[in-house]
Design a protein around this ligand. Structure first.
Ligand code: NAD
Ligand code: MG
Length: 386
């Protein structure tokens, strides 16, 4: 029996996780859930899974949730960011799904690492912000890191079980998002809903915009660098609009191993939940004949400047990826609130990177300082445009 905490249970990944968990009541027990401000959804999940603990954003959200659960389930409701760290480190929990979006996921995911949990990592921002610190905590506390991001889960499945002998390159596939073929001059006018209408995946709004700018792939290159201890020069991005091949590993003998499947996050989630075993995920069998042509293209860095910025941030190292991540979060939020145009997202990030070129990232405090400085700088850059 695996005993789970799900951080970000009410999001797209959280909901898919509970879908898989519900198929295997004999294998998994839900001990704690978090849902920030999505009280109705979290209440529903508490009623269905009766966790011992639930965590929300603040005292108001907590009393609203208590009101909905009173007399129905004995779930104890807590609030605030420290409570997230508490449920990530509970002694009775062995597995933590880290599915909070953005930098807010860093502290609780680190808490899971420090208490030696099996971490199912969806929150890629943790690794982007402070890969070195994070991987050190994982290794020195005996935690196990299993990637949920479909590309990294695919690479994990294609790599040798031990070591990296014979591996030449990691090939991350990218769908290219909804604007892969949109004329460049029309990109200034695209709306948040258009950006979030991903052709293959249903995801939260932040990562959907990241997919449209391809910053998501940039963040994933940085994520792959840390997860698989692989230099940036050995990580390539390939556009593959059908999202059937989830990523590949190339070996020195010319072999390329790919992991394929329908685009449904329940596959990587089930893989990581059961690893090294395999369990049913609810995802239908892949019908290759119906998938028709699988297309692969090189990414166009003029169309997707965010990808170039991410490679540059990884090369710069230290606090620069944290600056990139924070500037991106601020710019994407402004775009979603219609305060910033789509193409200006990359401009704001580039300006922030230029303003803050040498932030250190030796300690966690350094990382949070880089994050805070980048948020301020990006906000200023956005205000200057409006
Ligand atoms: P989402 O927006 O659907 O859900 C986010 C979750 O985090 C929700 O439970 C929300 O309540 C919670 N949350 C939001 N802000 C918070 C805060 N400040 N403090 C605490 N909790 C907060 O996002 P998602 O699409 O499920 O993505 C979650 C993470 O997984 C992201 O890091 C994303 O990059 C990664 N990821 C998602 C997918 C996908 O298919 N959705 C695929 C790969 C990786
Ligand atoms: Mg991905």
């Amino acid at each position: 029996m695996r005993r789970l905490t799900i951080l970000g249970a009410t999001g797209s990944i959280g909901v898919s996780t509970l879908d898989v968990v519900a198929r295997h009541p004999d294998r998994f027990e839900v001990v704690a859930l978090s849902g920030h401000r999505q009280i109705d959804k979290l209440a529903e999940q508490c009623l269905a899974f009766a966790p011992k603990l639930a965590v929300v954003a603040d005292a108001d959200a907590a009393s609203a949730l208590r009101g909905k659960l009173a007399g129905r389930v004995p779930t104890e409701v807590m609030h605030g960011s420290e409570a997230l760290e508490t449920i990530a480190a509970l002694p009775e929990v062995d597995t933590v799904m880290a599915a909070i979006v953005g930098a807010a996921g860093l502290r609780p995911t680190l808490a899971a690492a420090r208490s030696g949990k099996r971490i199912l990592l969806a929150n890629k921002e943790s690794l982007v912000m402070c890969g070195a610190v994070f991987m050190h905590e994982v290794a020195s506390n005996g935690a196990t890191l299993l990637p949920i991001d479909s590309e990294h889960n695919a690479v994990f499945q294609c790599l040798p079980t031990q070591g990296r002998a014979g591996v030449r390159r990691i090939l991350l596939t990218a769908s290219g998002g909804p604007f892969r073929c949109t004329p460049l001059d029309q990109l200034d006018h695209v709306t948040p809903d258009q950006a979030c209408a991903h052709p293959n995946w249903e995801m939260g709004r932040k990562i959907s915009v990241d997919s449209a700018t391809m910053m998501n792939k940039g963040l994933e290159v940085i994520e792959a660098h840390w997860l698989f201890d692989t230099a940036a020069e050995r990580i390539d991005v390939v556009i593959h609009p059908q999202s059937i091949v989830h990523s590949m590993v190339e070996y020195v003998d010319g072999s390329v191993l790919a992991q394929m499947g329908n685009p449904d996050m329940r596959t990587p989630i089930a893989h990581a939940l059961a690893w090294p075993e395999r369990i049913e995920s609810g995802v239908g069998a892949l019908d290759l004949a119906m998938s028709a042509n699988l297309v692969f293209e090189r990414p166009d860095l003029d169309r997707f400047p965010c990808l170039r910025l991410a490679f540059a941030a990884l090369a710069a190292g230290q606090g620069t990826p944290a600056v990139l991540n924070a500037a991106n979060e601020v710019a994407v939020a402004a775009f979603l609130e219609r305060r910033l145009g789509f193409r200006a997202i990359a401009d704001v990030i580039a300006e922030t990177l230029d303003t803050l070129p040498d932030m250190p990232a030796t300690t966690l405090d350094d990382v949070f300082a880089a994050d805070a400085a980048a948020r301020q700088t990006a906000q200023r850059a956005i205000r200057a445009r409006t």
